[in-house]
Write a protein that binds this ligand. Structure first.
Ligand SMILES: [Fe+2]
Length: 363
């Protein structure tokens, strides 16, 4: 956002979580709209640029599929809050029958949609206001976890349980939602007592509701760490349910990139790098390996510096070699920036990405 100037043209719409357009593709930015976007906690936008005009950010999942998922979860959350407010008893909270049916049929549709886009990589979700994360977050965790599960070729029953459990991973926060929203941040080591309760509460709600045990393990284990330093049980490695290990990584990725009330968002590429750096101590190495084949380390349109000092823009990704994207060097000729010929780093093993650049000043 720091490099955006008045007069720049948006190349991708900025949306609210329910799919409503906040600022449409093609809009010309001015001082006021730039200040508004920054004020909403938006970290970056795509703008038109003649050097990169053919590199279009692409949504991973069809927008209408995401919107259906988000609005279903919104309705579910509202209903569960209403039920809780009636009894004020977390130990009697149950997911109503009609919601169980609705959720499991939506999960089946989502898995079909994920299969349709299984050759793509997740690059960026909707560019969204930070305040909207409560509605986007559960859907995004379900999408990332489902994509990782598909990559790992999980059997259908496990895949459905993973996606359902991921969509409901924070259902145990319902009794103290306001408090949880203020506290929610990635890799929290010492949660407040109520926050520390939400994984088990989530497990109990799902079990009491006769939802599959496999799904219930996802909320239960999504804050455990591979090294045993997570919560609520502090179990480690193989003791953590395999589906929960996938959801744990998907949850951290989306908390980082989307930001929460308590934590500013970071760019997708920085989040992936940070998660890779945490590596095996926090996450299951097998899940981490699958994750970088599914979520782009260097999303299209991102500026990078190569080890020979060239600056380049990422054109596309190699799913099999996630650290070796296709890049287009940007050269300076006669004081002007021009686009060079694209280079596939999978074919040029002497060239590597040294670091991600925040952007490039064009003047
Ligand atoms: Fe959580």
């Amino acid at each position: 956002m720091d490099l955006v100037r008045p007069g720049d043209v948006l190349a991708k719409s900025v949306l609210w979580g329910d799919g409503q357009v906040l600022l449409a593709e093609g809009a010309v930015l001015n001082e006021r709209t730039i200040a508004r976007l920054k004020g909403l906690g938006i970290l970056y936008v795509y703008v038109e640029d003649e050097l990169t005009s053919d590199i279009r950010p692409e949504d991973f999942l069809e927008l209408d599929e995401r919107i259906r998922l988000i609005s279903l979860h919104r309705g579910f959350l509202r209903e569960m809050q209403r039920l809780y407010n009636r009894s004020k008893d977390p130990d009697s909270l149950v997911v109503p029958q009609e919601w169980r049916e609705e959720l499991s049929s939506r999960v089946k549709d989502l898995i079909k949609a994920l299969r349709r886009c299984s050759s793509r990589m997740i690059e960026v979700f909707d560019i969204r206001p930070r305040e909207d994360y409560i509605h986007n977050h559960p859907a995004n965790v379900a999408v990332v976890a489902g994509a990782v599960g598909l990559y790992l070729k999980l059997p259908e029953e496990q895949l459905e349980a993973l996606v359902l459990g991921s969509l409901l991973h924070d259902v145990g926060k319902i009794p103290f939602l306001e408090e949880a929203l203020q506290e929610d941040r990635p890799l929290l080591f010492s949660p407040s007592p109520s926050m520390a309760r939400h994984p088990r509460l989530g497990y109990e709600i799902l079990r009491r509701s006769d939802l599959p045990l496999l799904s219930a393990h996802v909320p239960y284990g999504h804050h455990e760490r591979f090294d045993g330093k997570g919560y609520p049980r502090g179990i480690k490695g193989e003791e953590i349910h395999p589906l929960a290990r996938i959801a744990a990584l998907a949850n951290q990725y989306d908390l980082m990139t989307g930001g929460t009330f308590a934590h500013p968002p970071v760019r997708a590429e920085d989040a992936v790098e940070a998660l890779m750096a945490m590596g095996d101590s926090v996450f299951d190495p097998r899940v981490l390996e699958a994750f970088v084949h599914v979520v782009a380390v260097y999303p299209r349109g991102v500026w990078v510096e190569l080890n020979d000092g060239q600056r380049a823009v990422v054109v596309s990704n190699n799913r099999s070699l996630p650290l070796r994207p296709v890049v287009r060097p940007i050269l300076k000729k006669g004081g002007k920036l021009i686009a060079g010929t694209s280079v596939d780093l999978a074919q040029h093993r002497n060239l590597v990405v040294r670091r991600v650049l925040p952007g490039i000043k064009r003047a």
